[in-house]
Design a protein around this ligand. Structure first.
Ligand code: PLP
Length: 361
């Protein structure tokens, strides 16, 4: 076990580290940007999966949080968080009943894109004597979930607003196909097209007498595009808080608070070293994690429990040497770990449970 005050070099590996000052700076930076305008922040907690970080974001000015799954929302609610958007469809009867229970003691909202699902939600809400708040999800070009914009969305909104037990709060549309476009101008163009679809649908609903209080969308790669788009009211960015190498590679101006610490456990020769962190500690769907310490080494491949490092100009490594890497994708890497080792100025300050880790239901 590690104790608070331990230096980074004494941490048992592999472990997931969080630089608290960097995390705080990222949270402040996002709030400083959005705090100036009418669009508010409802950060996505599917990235950090940690109620402590969610509370830091709320204390800094976020109006609520976003979750991907019901079980994630339940963890956040247990931590005392009330205003929660589940930015996904909940379609199973058992989960809908749980959602209705959650709605009885929180202000949970859920995304809906079919009338059938809305009817099931309404029935469960009535049985629990709760009101479930809903956002109609509009497909804005990502090709994932969401009702077709324009008339089909209006038809759904008309029917849905008549259902007892539901309260239609507004619309959401996620421009996930835009958030990681490396070219800034292209990213702006893609996000603007997506948000024009979403806000255009809002205008149609409003013109037909349906109030739309919330228009929600946006990720870390588009927070400063979607976050100033007229008609938007909320941004769902999540990765900005911890960051990762993928978002860094597209030029996002937040610091990498997250890293994985590993140790060299074997050497093949001067050019190849084996570390104790493999694909059970780091994911690679967005490319290999990036070695930041020591310099001159690259992660070539991941096996289940091992990582294969190759020398690209650095000094040779010895068994026992520490290696620090930035995950290529924070969301899926964090989900592999039980806890963050929270460091301030290179010393262990706290260990935070990643309480919603594995909450995929
Ligand atoms: C619905 C939704 N909103 C927002 C986000 C934003 O996440 P990020 O901050 O990682 O761009 C995501 C990411 O997948 C998402 O699925």
């Amino acid at each position: 076990m590690n104790n608070s005050g331990d230096p980074k070099a004494a941490l048992l590996t592999p472990c997931l580290c969080l630089d608290i000052e960097m995390l705080e700076a990222n949270i402040q930076k996002m709030e400083a940007f959005l705090g100036q305008g009418p669009v508010k922040l409802r950060p996505h907690s599917k990235t950090h999966k940690c109620p402590t970080i969610a509370w830091m974001q709320l204390r800094a000015g976020a109006i609520g949080i976003t979750c991907a799954k019901l079980s994630e929302a339940e963890v956040m609610a247990q931590a005392g968080i009330r205003d929660i958007l589940i930015a996904n469809q909940i379609i199973d009867r058992v989960k809908i009943a749980r959602l209705a229970n959650l709605a009885a003691y929180t202000d949970v909202m859920v995304a809906v894109d079919t009338l059938e699902n809305a009817r099931d939600l309404a029935q469960a809400a009535q049985q629990t004597q709760a009101t479930i708040r809903v956002l109609i999800e509009v497909e804005v070009g990502m090709g994932r979930c969401g009702v077709i914009p324009g008339e089909p969305a209006l038809a759904l909104a008309r029917e849905l607003s008549r259902l007892p037990g539901l309260h239609l709060e507004g619309l959401m549309g996620y421009e996930g196909h835009a958030v990681m476009i490396p070219d800034r101008l292209e990213r702006i163009r893609a996000a603007h097209t997506a948000m024009s679809i979403l806000v255009g649908t809002r205008d149609l609903l409003v013109a037909n007498g349906i109030p739309v209080a919330i228009v929600s969308g946006g990720g870390s790669g588009t927070f400063d595009i979607t976050g100033v788009f007229p008609g938007m009211t909320e941004i769902q960015a999540g990765s900005y808080a911890t960051m990762d190498a993928k978002y860094r590679s597209v030029g996002l101006n937040f610091g990498c608070a997250l890293s994985v610490l590993a140790k060299v456990i074997a050497r093949r020769d001067d050019d190849v070293a084996i570390i104790d962190a493999g694909m059970k500690a780091m994911t690679s769907e967005f490319g290999m994690p990036v070695v930041i310490q020591p310099r001159g080494w690259e992660l070539e491949r991941l096996a289940e429990e091992h990582g294969f490092l190759r020398r690209v100009g650095g000094s040779s490594l010895a068994v026992g040497d520490m290696v620090e890497l930035i995950p290529s994708h924070g969301c899926t890497t964090i989900n592999l770990h039980d806890r963050y080792y929270v460091l301030r100025q290179g010393r262990l300050e706290a260990i935070w449970p990643i309480a919603a880790r594995g909450c995929v239901q």
